[in-house]
Design a protein around this ligand. Sequence first.
Ligand code: C2E
Ligand code: MG
Ligand code: MG
Ligand code: MG
Length: 294
Amino acid sequence: NADAAMYLAKSSGRNSYKFYTADLNARAREILAIESQLRFALERDEFVLHYQPLVDMHSGRVVGAEALIRWQHPNLGLIGPAGFIQVAEERGFIVQIGNWVIREACRQLAEWLARGLPAVKVSVNLSALQFRQQELSTVIEDALAEHGLSGDCLDVEVTETVVMEDAEATLAAIERIKGMGLSLSVDDFGTGYSSLSYLKRFKADKIKIDRSFVRDIPGDSDDAAITRAIINMAKFLNMKVVAEGVETREQWDFLAGEGCDLVQGFLVAKPMPAADFAARYGKTPRVELAELGL
Ligand code: C2E
Ligand code: MG
Ligand code: MG
Ligand code: MG
């Protein structure tokens, strides 16, 4: 009856409130701890970039490397971006960290090229706040110039949400970046809210299908349909399409059958330190599909 229902609602409400505050306190403490140390992580040189290959499905060629940040914490070991990027964004550290990522990716690529390694395009992830700083394009320009690189060595990955948040300013920044020869990828596509007209306006070169859609293909018919639709849309818009998070042969086969261009995922390789990336792909920048069982 109504009273019993009300009682249940109240008691479960109170319980969940208690859990919520406990969680919140734990989360607050965690944020404080991370925040106080994150502040010094840059000057202590504790960040590293790992690299994950982007592979052309048809040829097996490694056409790119996504640079993914990790924090080498003195006590806690290697911390992935899930453990600190959000805090860095909330506290405004992300701009400096993101600028470091751009410079470090350029430095690494120049080092590889100087050692005669074949050129791969390096992708860096940019957060929304980096687009709000006036000097983003200058930071990129200086980093490229310092290492003697041209703009087409770099690709920037932004999520749909970044573009939608402050569309006009972001579009202007993207235009400047593209004018320098960089390519643009829309990351985590399908998880944010985007309008197809913006997608067209900012002329992305690549769309990266979010891992959450790839995970359950081909078995999940909804995800299969969404994946197929994104691939077809990308084709019509003349954009390359990348499937993120490809872990199985079945996912690969489905994507290949649907005409997906590029894949990134544990099936090919996990993100790895720069030295490992060079050792593995430096001589022959390709993946033997037969070795993957393909
Ligand atoms: P993202 O840009 O979508 O990067 C792909 C993420 O998927 C990476 O996680 C990668 O390790 C993971 N991944 C790739 N293939 C597979 C797979 O087959 N299976 C599974 N389970 N995961 C796979 P990671 O390195 O933990 O990065 C997470 C997110 O953190 C990135 O998602 C990106 O949004 C953010 N991030 C990473 N580096 C930076 C950075 O330098 N700056 C900013 N602003 N964000 C970054
Ligand atoms: Mg990315
Ligand atoms: Mg992604
Ligand atoms: Mg992501």
